[in-house]
Design a protein around this ligand. Structure first.
Ligand code: PGA
Length: 247
């Protein structure tokens, strides 16, 4: 089955007011590329201004707390993201799993809180270089996904396979390795959710660029991309969206 592709940018800790011009350029171009869903996950503090600048375009957060409110200094709740106009959030990015010591159970709780608030979710999983080299990438990531999945996908869940060693490094797995991983994740989604698991988009993330996007999007069960560095500028990001539109 072919799912509509989703190309989402993750700006990480990049972007100030002046960069809203890039958001506008990307959102304008997305209007002419209706065969692809396009989104930008921005720093929380930019979300509301971006939503005002580009109404109707999908703006997301990069993380969400699992609690509805409380004494969690520096954190953002699902209700806050919705209130700011976001319709999507990333959870479980490896930079948070590593630096903030987020466990699979935390990621699952975050996904459930976000989905319950009406947000769409991109849930990230991926292996370290050590695990890849040891030959156990597929069972490791499958176990991570199984423990991170929300109880109900609410028709609004996407998964992003992001090998940690491919993020920001310019390295990507082979086509066969991406295909093998995405097939395993698809099986896990179907065994967990039944038919609904076939509708969950599985994105690839890690050093996606204009030069490799077409090859990646042609792989079976690659339903889009989560793009970091190459999402910061419309000139870098839009060719990736175009590659998805051409598949
Ligand atoms: P990258 O980041 O495209 O800069 O490798 C991807 C990500 O971390 O989502």
């Amino acid at each position: 089955m072919t799912l509509k592709k989703l190309v989402a940018g993750n700006w990480k800790m990049h972007g100030v007011s002046a960069d809203l011009a890039e958001v506008s350029a990307i959102a304008e171009a997305a209007k002419e590329r209706l065969s692809v869903d396009v989104a930008l996950c921005l720093p929380a503090i930019l979300i509301e201004r971006a939503v005002r600048a580009v109404p109707g375009f999908t703006i997301g957060g990069q993380d969400v707390h699992f609690a509805p409110k409380g004494a969690h200094t520096g954190c953002v709740s699902a209700e806050m993201l919705v209130d700011a106009g976001a319709t999507l959030t990333i959870v479980g990015h490896s930079e948070r799993r590593d630096a903030q010591r987020e466990a699979d159970a935390d990621v699952k709780a975050k996904a459930e809180a976000a989905l319950a608030s009406g947000l769409s979710v991109i849930l990230c999983v991926g292996e370290s270089l050590h695990v890849r080299d040891s030959g156990s990438a597929v069972p490791t990531v499958d176990t991570q996904l199984a423990a991170s999945l929300p109880a109900d996908p609410h028709g609004a869940l996407a998964v992003a396979y992001e090998p940690i060693w491919a993020i920001g490094t310019g390295k990507i797995p082979s086509v066969d390795d991406i295909a093998e991983m995405h097939a395993a994740l698809r099986q896990r989604l179907i065994s967990t959710y039944g038919e609904a698991g076939a509708q969950v988009r599985i994105l690839y993330g890690g050093s996606v660029k204009a030069s490799n996007a077409a090859e990646i999007f042609a792989i079976r069960d690659v339903d889009g991309a989560l793009v970091g560095g190459a999402s910061l500028k419309a000139d870098d990001f839009l060719p990736i969206v175009d590659a998805a539109a051409r598949i």
